[in-house]
Write a protein that binds this ligand. Structure first.
Ligand code: GLU
Length: 549
């Protein structure tokens, strides 16, 4: 009896691997093209680290005319949720990233290298497992869970490495005829890889991000096909990345320790190994200590956070690029107006220790990005957000579109644009006073700052409206008039003048404009007062000022 017979008994109806080798030929791509993949499990949760990976993958594949594919790793079917795949596709799409190949929803896919869902690739894995059995590099293992547990306890009590290797690999050398007999008797089994590695021998591996790493060889006879007929992660990784002709495996460094095993699998299967690029996870700093950003502790680990807060996807992507590549920041400084797609991403410039996620920095990036938007875009994007998350804001924006756009247009355009909006959830508060009903409803305390005397305030407002305000004035004339008003009431025209001689004045022009600003908005800090007055208009200004009569 020979290995062929054993292999046929275990996998009677599978194709020859040559079938798959020619079905999925080498890709015909330009020199240097990167083919890579995003390979999540369909658990429904998309982690910000996953988005970072997609941002990087997309940048690298775009800049090399390569291919980015979405492979769904659903061999652990216990962890799946309904619509898990669509949720992943949609979440990533919301960040402006689409895949060239792979799953597009629960059942459909695009591309010539599929199926792209591992649970649909069973026959392919079995063909390669059969090939390994025929080569004598895989075998059926009949160890029961109890037997394995007993072995583990023994190893622990002897203080040696746990696992199925060397002399512990009980079924590794079972004579073929015994194996065949057991299978025919219906004994349950799984299929294991037969490793030829030795723990006391070292290999040196070059990781594109981490550089050279020395490892002991793999000597574990890992499970490759489980009792349910599906492959384990390791085996599926080798078969899929080979057949999908992936050139770069870019993944989180939790997989680094699997490199020796993966190298042995690739080699034994006769596959060319891809380039491995292991990046460090995103970190959070807490009480001076660094730790991995966590789904449980950090709201910003989940992509839903960014949607709920209304942080534009472009800002999140740019921020992730920023923490992804140490040289991005200086590139951005030198090229403030270029699209991010022109930045040349280099894997070798990724952090090996882990980049720290800093929300303040993220919001800063976001402010910058929003400051470049037109008022129309701010209107459209914030309205879209409001429709989902803030009915009151939605109503304010929809009641008079042109007016809302004018409000967003304050200090935008030719002048240096304002950088005060970081997220759509900030917007309502920052524009409330431009809407009469909201202005009226606002019961927050406010102060006129330096000038506290009621009569003085009344006089300032009255004089301004009666003698100085003219809606036709340009900004210069408008400001000169406020200075005239200041002077007429014994305030200095210039702050400098006041500072040189404080006893000679009641205050300065700034105090006067604060009174106008606060009466008009109930706020001491607002964008440009001239523009606000232009938009609010004389009638409404009179009404607001009348309250102080
Ligand atoms: N399914 C694996 C994970 O989500 C993929 C790892 C890889 O990219 O190879 O961690």
């Amino acid at each position: 009896m020979d290995l062929k017979e054993l292999a046929d008994l275990i996998f009677p109806d599978v194709k020859e691997i040559s079938y798959y080798e020619s079905k999925y030929p080498e890709r015909n791509l330009p020199e240097g093209a990167i083919v890579t993949r995003f390979a999540p499990s369909p658990t429904g949760f998309v982690h910000v680290g996953g988005i970072m990976q997609c941002v990087i993958n997309r940048q690298l594949t775009n800049q090399t005319n390569g291919v980015l594919l979405l492979r769904i790793e659903d061999t652990d079917q216990k962890r799946e949720i309904e619509n898990g795949i669509s949720q992943i596709v949609n979440s990533v799409h919301d960040f402006g990233i689409d895949f060239d190949e792979g799953m597009i929803n629960e059942t459909e896919e695009k591309g010539n290298y599929g199926p792209y869902k591992q649970s649909s690739r069973g026959e392919i894995y079995r063909a390669y497992a059969k090939y390994l059995i025929e080569k004598g590099r895989a075998y059926p293992c009949f160890a029961t869970p109890e037997e394995l547990e007993e072995m583990r306890q023994k190893q622990e009590s002897l203080k040696i490495r746990t696992g199925y290797y060397g002399i512990w690999a009980k079924y590794r050398n079972l004579p073929i005829e015994n194996a065949i007999e057991k299978i025919k008797n219906g004994e349950p089994y799984i299929v294991r890889f037969k490793s030829m590695g030795r723990e006391d021998r070292k290999i040196r591996h070059h990781d594109v991000i981490k550089g050279n790493i020395d490892f002991p060889e793999n000597d574990q006879d890992i499970v490759i096909i489980k009792a349910d007929g599906l492959p384990t992660y390791h085996f599926a990784h080798a078969v899929d990345d080979h057949l999908m002709r992936v050139t770069h495996v870019i993944r989180s460094d939790e997989w680094v320790s699997s490199i020796p095993l993966h190298l042995e699998l690739f080699q034994t299967l006769g596959f060319k190994t891809p380039k491995y690029c292991h990046y460090a996870p995103i970190l959070k700093e807490e009480d001076g200590k660094k730790r991995k950003i966590s789904k449980r502790k950090d709201p910003e680990a989940a992509v839903s956070y960014y949607h709920e807060e209304g942080i534009p996807a472009a800002a999140v992507c740019e921020y992730l690029m920023n923490i992804g590549n140490s040289n991005f920041e200086s590139w951005r400084r030198a090229n403030p107006d270029k699209p991010m797609s022109e930045f040349k991403f280099e894997l070798s410039k990724m952090s090996t220790s882990g980049a720290i996620f800093d929300t303040v920095k993220l919001l800063d990036v976001s402010k910058n990005i929003i400051s470049k938007y037109t008022a129309e875009k701010i209107y459209t994007d914030s309205l879209e957000w409001a429709k989902r998350y803030d009915a009151e804001l939605q109503e304010m924006l929809e009641r008079d579109k042109d007016y809302a756009i004018k409000v967003f247009g304050i200090e935008r355009g030719n002048v240096k644009p304002r950088k005060d909006i970081a997220k759509w959830s900030d917007i309502k508060n920052s524009i409330l006073y431009m809407f009469d009903d909201k202005f009226e409803e606002n019961n927050e305390e406010y102060e006129f700052q330096k000038i506290t005397d009621k009569d003085e305030i009344k006089t300032i407002l009255k004089e301004y409206l009666e003698k100085y305000y003219n809606p036709e004035d340009d900004k210069q004339a408008w400001f000169d008039k406020i200075k005239d008003l200041a002077e007429s009431l014994e305030y200095a025209r210039e702050v400098k003048e006041y500072k040189a001689n404080p006893e000679s004045f009641k205050g300065h022009v700034g105090d006067i404009s604060t009174v106008l600003r606060v009466a008009l908005t109930k706020r001491a800090n607002t964008p440009d007062l001239y523009e606000i007055m232009q938009i609010i208009g004389k009638d409404r200004m009179e009404k607001r000022f009348a309250k102080f009569n």
